[in-house]
Design a protein around this ligand. Structure first.
Ligand code: ATR
Length: 272
């Protein structure tokens, strides 16, 4: 009998990663014979850890903090979404070649459009934040038919840089928080403010009637941003579904099979 194909999540830290649990659940559900482990790489040892794993016959890796930029630099081939995101969260090893993909944005779009049932076509969307998480979301949101994207950030220069970089992809503009005007159909919090229990400095006027709010962060309790949205009558969802969906996209890249994410999402939610 052949040994199962091997995969890993690589990060530092990595002990908290839910990827092994998610991918093993996908494997079981789809009848794929594979192993999926965690690898804590030294901060200066990302590339050699990847090479070692390839030498051992590894088939692919999930890449988490702080190695997504290094993974982008290391890949021999980048998918369109990895190129646009400037970061890689999934590596596939193909006959010694390293393919880099970024599935975070696709995971976000699928969670909003499919799981939450909120269509993106023709929507005016506000993204709070202009870091890596925001960047990765832009191309997939345009591909899903967003009518406009507004990027608001504490450091205005980063928002302007993103808007300039994607100006040919669609209707995109940058804004400071204080200058935000008008209601948006969908507001996505891509800042890391929720980690510190902080709310980006926005008022309820950012929400159009019937708006939908999404926080890329998740936890046991609703984030501050979700509570803020709910206080103003706006339906809010956290990023647990995005986590499961980005993993599903990586699973498709590796195995060519799409898992059913609903039972895995439910199991993850139950142990949050
Ligand atoms: P990531 O890759 O998760 O996006 P990042 O590149 O460090 O991480 O970006 C973090 C984002 O959260 C940035 O947009 C940051 O704003 P600045 O560019 O002005 O630093 C934003 N952010 C972090 N804490 C915040 C807070 N308390 N309020 C508002 N924005 C915050």
């Amino acid at each position: 009998m052949n040994a199962p194909d091997r995969y890993m999540v690589i990060g530092n830290p990595v002990a908290h990663s839910k990827s092994p649990q998610i991918h093993m659940a996908f494997a079981e559900q789809t009848g794929q014979d594979l192993r999926y482990e965690r690898l804590l790489a030294p901060l200066d040892g990302f590339a050699s850890a990847v090479r070692d794993f390839i030498a051992q016959g590894g088939k692919g890796m999930s890449v988490t903090v702080p190695f997504k930029l290094e993974a982008h630099a290391l890949a021999d081939t980048l998918t369109d979404s990895a190129q646009a995101a400037g970061a890689v969260n999934a590596l596939k090893f193909d006959d010694g070649r390293i393919v880099g993909d970024n599935t975070d944005g696709a995971g976000l779009v699928r969670d909003i459009a499919h799981n939450a049932g909120v269509p993106l076509l023709g929507k005016h969307i506000l993204i709070l934040g202009a870091g890596g998480a925001a960047r990765g979301a832009i191309l997939p949101l345009f591909q899903a038919g967003a009518a406009s994207l507004t990027i608001a950030n504490r450091t205005m220069a980063r928002a302007s840089e993103l808007a300039a970089a994607f100006s040919e992809q669609g209707n995109i503009r940058a804004s400071g928080f204080a200058a935000l005007e008008g209601g948006f159909d969908i507001v996505i919090n891509a800042t890391s403010a929720s980690i510190d229990g902080e709310l980006p400095p926005v008022g309820p006027a950012i929400f159009a009637p019937g708006a939908f709010a999404y926080d890329m962060m998740y936890g046991k309790e609703p984030t501050v941003f979700m509570r803020f949205a709910a206080e103003h009558g706006v339906t809010a969802r956290d990023g647990l579904g995005m986590l499961v969906e980005q993993a599903a996209e990586a699973f498709v890249l590796w195995r060519g099979v799409r898992p059913d994410t609903a039972p895995v999402y439910a199991a993850m939610r139950a142990c949050e």
